[in-house]
Design a protein around this ligand. Structure first.
Ligand code: HEC
Length: 131
C-alpha cells in the first residue's frame, strides 16, 4: 500500500510539476555524467541510464521531471539507496539531470540487423519452403 501511495505521488508529481520540471535548474551534463559514474548510479541504471536487467529502471532518454527525480533521490520508493543532500547536493542532482536529458534515444531495435537475424531466418525458411 505504501508503494502504491508513493507511485501515485510520483505520478502526481510528474503531472503537476511538469512546468517546474521544465524550469529544472540548469546543470552541466558533463559534470552530471561524472557524478552518475562517481556516485554509483551507473551500477544499477547502466552508464547511459538504459536500465539494468534486475537492478534499476531505465532513466533515459526522456527522464522523469526533475522534481520526481529529486524526490526519488531524497526518499527512494523501494530498493534504491537514499542520496541525502549531504552526499549529493541539489546542484549535483541538477547536473545529473542535465546528463540524463542529454542522452539521445537509441536506434529502434527493428533497424538493427543483428537483433533481427532470428526473424530473418524464419522468413527465409518460409520463402524457401522449409516451413
Ligand atoms: C543499488 C541500485 C541503485 C543505485 C546505486 C541507484 N539506483 Fe536509482 N533506482 C534503483 C531502483 C531499484 C529503482 C526503482 C525504485 C526503487 O526501488 O526505489 C530506482 C529508481 C530510480 C528513479 C525513478 C525511476 C522511475 O522511472 O521511477 C530515478 C530517477 C533514479 N533511480 C535515479 C538514480 C540516480 C540519479 C542514482 C545515483 C545518484 C541512482 N538512481 C542510484 C536502483 C538504484
Amino acid at each position: 500500500m505504501r508503494r502504491f501511495a508513493r507511485a501515485v505521488a510520483l505520478v502526481l508529481c510528474a503531472f503537476t510539476l511538469t512546468s517546474a520540471a521544465r524550469a529544472a535548474p540548469a546543470g552541466s551534463a558533463e559534470k552530471g555524467r561524472q557524478l552518475f559514474l562517481r556516485d554509483g548510479c551507473y551500477a544499477c541504471h547502466g552508464t547511459r541510464g538504459a536500465g539494468g536487467a534486475i537492478a534499476g529502471p531505465q532513466l533515459a532518454p526522456n527522464p522523469l521531471p526533475f522534481a520526481a527525480v529529486l524526490m526519488q533521490l531524497r526518499s527512494p520508493a523501494y530498493r534504491m539507496p537514499l542520496y541525502s543532500r549531504k552526499v549529493l547536493s541539489d546542484a549535483d542532482a541538477a547536473d545529473i539531470y542535465a546528463y540524463l536529458t542529454s542522452i539521445p534515444a537509441g536506434r529502434a531495435a527493428s533497424g538493427i540487423t543483428l537483433l533481427n537475424l532470428g526473424s530473418m531466418a524464419a522468413r527465409q525458411a518460409v520463402s524457401h519452403g522449409k516451413k
